[in-house]
Design a protein around this ligand. Structure first.
Ligand code: TXA
Ligand code: MG
Length: 326
């Protein structure tokens, strides 16, 4: 049974090997003491997460991050200076204090200082680094409110709805210390490029530097999702017959809505930041509507729009035959 927790008890729980779901500015995380391999093992079990997918370690300030890393490239420090606290995870060479289970046996560790007052206070009080993946069953939609957390844990700390709404941008470094984006997320690629002063590569599956968790199908609602360039490609009869809902960026993208049983607009004012904050919440609402399928159109591929399109593409990869008709 999960009881409402004050930060003091939640910090105690973390220190003593418990699992605490905690708010961050991106999504809720399922936290455990990163230095306690048994506690971290419970995180994998609770989420039914495969052991090859490493966890991000959360710390209250950059100094705590550097203490867990070695050979930190100068660019990593520059990026931390620019974006921490914030939705940026730096993948750095780890020190031996991080147990292998945290990083799935890799010699690197993902580190992040979250930009959320409750998370920071909890991390400070706990006094240990906290390994926390998003607090959803593996492959599903990340929680952006305390009430979305359904995975088994000892406590849920409610910090209100998440401001950013998509997970952190994950950045790794090649042998020359150059940055490579391993996952698009809440820190815009353009903003990272501004600090780097050059174009930054986004890793493709199979590349040398990759993120083991970047699976083809991920971030998926239960409702089959189909990503189309334009809703006109879905025949009106099919919309009714298959009880399809539709998800679009802004009211202006809505050229053609006849026959869809329900419709969702990600941002009334057509703003990608606003749309990112509402994405996962909206996918959950679509699940609650018990549709036959959900048709989505991409958002503008700029700023946080890139992360939204990435999530929509992965959500649209069918686990089997696509009941929405493709
Ligand atoms: O915003 C976020 O990042 C949230 C909040 C809770 O901080 N966390 C989150 O964690 O999204 P998770 O576990 O759902 O996703 C972590 C991603 C995975 O794609 C994983 O493969 C990658 O980060 N990652 C973690 N450590 C890594 C490493 N050492 N090397 C490469 N990729 C790593
Ligand atoms: Mg996740």
């Amino acid at each position: 049974m999960t009881l409402p927790m004050n930060l003091h008890s939640a910090a105690d729980l973390l220190r003593t090997g418990g699992l605490v779901a905690m708010p961050t500015e991106t999504v809720y995380g399922l936290g455990a003491n990163a230095l306690d391999a048994d506690a971290v093992a419970k995180v994998f079990a609770s989420k039914q997460r495969p052991s090859f997918d490493p966890l991000i370690v959360h710390v209250p300030d950059p100094e705590a991050a550097w203490a867990l890393a070695q050979d930190v490239p100068p660019l990593a420090r520059q990026l931390a200076q620019a974006f921490w606290p914030g939705p940026l995870t730096l993948v750095l060479k780890k020190t031996a204090v991080i147990p292998g289970i945290v990083s799935s046996g890799l010699d690197t560790v993902g580190l992040r200082v979250p930009d959320h007052p409750v998370a920071l206070e909890l991390l400070r009080r706990a006094g240990v680094p906290v390994a926390a993946p998003s607090a959803n069953p593996f492959g599903g939609v990340s929680p952006t409110r305390a009430s979305h957390v359904t995975v088994p844990c000892d406590a849920v700390v409610d910090g209100g709805p998440c401001r950013t709404g998509v997970e952190s941008t994950v950045v790794g470094f090649d042998e020359q210390g150059q940055a490579v984006v391993l996952r698009l997320g809440g820190t815009a690629l353009e903003a990272i490029e501004e600090v780097v002063g050059a174009a930054v590569q986004v890793a493709k599956p199979g590349a040398k530097l990759t993120s083991p968790g970047m699976l083809e199908r991920h971030y998926a609602p239960r409702t089959p999702l189909r990503l189309v360039g334009d809703t006109r490609s879905v025949p009106v009869a099919q919309r009714r017959d298959q009880r399809l809902g539709v998800l679009v960026f802004n009211p202006a993208t809505f050229v053609d809505d006849a026959g869809f049983v329900q419709q969702w607009v990600l941002s009334e004012r057509g703003d990608v930041v606003d749309a990112a904050a509402r994405l996962f919440d909206t996918l959950r609402r679509a699940d609650d509507a018990h549709l036959g399928g959900l048709v989505a159109t991409p958002v503008p591929d700029e700023g946080l729009g890139r992360a939204i399109n990435d999530r929509l593409r992965r959500a649209a990869v069918a686990p089997g035959p696509d009941p929405a008709g493709q």
